[in-house]
Design a protein around this ligand. Structure first.
Ligand code: FE2
Length: 256
């Protein structure tokens, strides 16, 4: 298909691009979306970072309907140059990094069914758009994510890519930030999951949750994690400048 951003021509990612058939979503699917959003918002209004909540409004996400990616992009693109680009499913790493480097976030269009509200093994539009895309409206986060994609796209060494995978995990997926003396959420794996978020928020009060360390690039690059369990360790930043700097340091460290 035609790439929606006419001046971008992908090589690895091209065959994964699809159209979002927004009119094909059923009333039941919109109702599932609405319930997912309604379940998450009370906790997020208190515990998501300010940038996430601002982004949610700025890109025009709604509680009652599954987002139309064209409408989201009309609002997102003028802010940071990012767009949410519909893809057919999981992308191989080279295709994924190629898209990030071009400020396009590969976005799935399917939505989990009602019997899988809390967890899906593969990302769906709720994880991708509700979880990830609001942060792309923030200029510093937007620059960080593109830089991340560029660094990874330039790497071929498996071990270096594994190290960069950990940077993604502990920022984009499970990142937290300190704001007003509290731990606030910005990673999509937290934003889109009530259970994971509860574990972090309650744990930060009682000491029974994950260990929350100060963000440190070297440590993050060496930190193992398990996808299928509650996270034992998280890294907190003081501002998004820190991960922007980290993505540039990673380039010096791994591409030099
Ligand atoms: Fe994700």
């Amino acid at each position: 298909m035609m790439n929606p951003q006419a001046d971008t021509h992908f090589s690895a990612a091209e065959s994964y691009l699809i159209e979002q058939d927004w009119a094909a979503y059923t009333a039941e699917q919109h109702a599932v979306w609405a319930e997912l959003v309604r379940r998450r918002m009370p906790q997020l209004r208190e515990h998501a970072c300010a940038e996430y909540l601002a982004g949610f409004e700025q890109i025009g996400l709604r509680e009652d309907t599954i987002p139309d990616l064209k409408a989201v992009n009309t609002r997102l693109r003028p802010r940071t140059g990012w767009q949410a680009t519909p893809v057919s499913g999981f992308l191989p790493p080279d295709a994924f990094f190629e898209m990030l480097a071009a400020r396009q976030f590969p976005t799935t269009t399917w939505l989990r069914a009602r019997d899988a509200m809390e967890y899906t093994p593969e990302p769906d539009i709720f994880h991708d758009v509700f979880g990830h895309v609001p942060m792309h409206a923030h200029p510093v986060f937007a620059d960080f994510l593109q830089q991340y994609g560029k660094v990874c796209a330039a790497l071929t060494d498996k071990e270096k890519l594994e190290r960069m995978g950990r940077l993604f995990w502990f920022t984009v997926e499970f990142g937290v930030i300190r704001q007003q003396g509290e731990i606030r959420l910005y990673g999509s794996g937290l934003i889109s999951s009530h259970g994971e978020s509860e574990y972090v928020i309650e744990g930060s009060k009682t000491g029974h949750g994950p260990q929350i360390r100060d963000f440190n690039l070297e440590q993050v690059l060496g930190q193992q994690f398990l996808v299928s369990e509650m996270q034992k360790v998280l890294y907190a930043v003081e501002s998004f400048d820190q991960i922007y700097e980290a993505a540039h340091q990673a380039e010096e460290l791994l591409c030099g």
